[in-house]
Design a protein around this ligand. Sequence first.
Ligand code: DGL
Length: 269
Amino acid sequence: MRPTPEQPIGIFDSGIGGLTVAHAIRTELPQENIIYFGDTAHLPYGDKSEAAIQAYSVKIADALLKKGCKVIVIACNSASSAAYELLKEYARHIKIINVIDPMIELVANRFANKHIGLIGTKRTVQSGVYARKIEELNEGITLHSLATPLLAPMIEEGFFDNKISHEIIAQYLAEPELQNIEALILACTHYPLIKSEINDYYNNQMTILDSSQVVAVALRKYLDEEKLLNSSGGKQHEFLVSDYTDSFEASTRIFFQKTVHLERYPLWS
Ligand code: DGL
């Protein structure tokens, strides 16, 4: 059955990272109802196997479909790299949007013949999906990727903007892989939360690319083309978590500026 405009947009990530995308979507599409799923029981995704992330993603897609979502945004690079193709097959009747393709499009338009760095989780970097898609563009772009596995758990704990996070970020960014680059892709949706620290490291002299905005724009374009934009202005935001954590609730408040109610939604019972 064809979805209707009033149905909500489903968004998921392992934890708070996808809230950076949800926030951009809310800003771009203020009339939309949003259901956010944080798979806090299984985070971090970045060090899980492809098969595990696929299993979690299918369960989450099921939950979002049951809630009647008209589109699902995989607001996670690790899950986009591991489970996008599978979810497209699994939930055929609705659109699945990942966070990788809109970034590839942006890079294609702006960085032909340049050297670009990328930081992300082990799952994302090892999947080689960015490297493959950039190679396919044939625009002479050289990608230099580095897995930065400490960052997502650190951010999830709210442990940033302090001396130790500066030090960890500086150590990663000083690695040989990331020298002589002209832009840096934040290939993890948690990393916009440390964007100012990354900017400080580079004295604001590096172009930092984060996908939240481009994903929101891609989503708007799709909804517009399919006449699925919600004009009735429901604006309900629902937050589901596979396990309750204080840090998730606190971060949700930072992004959505009001008391949020977290609904515990175990994926296996
Ligand atoms: N925010 C996610 C990503 O974009 C997942 C990070 C994690 O859970 O390891 O990859």
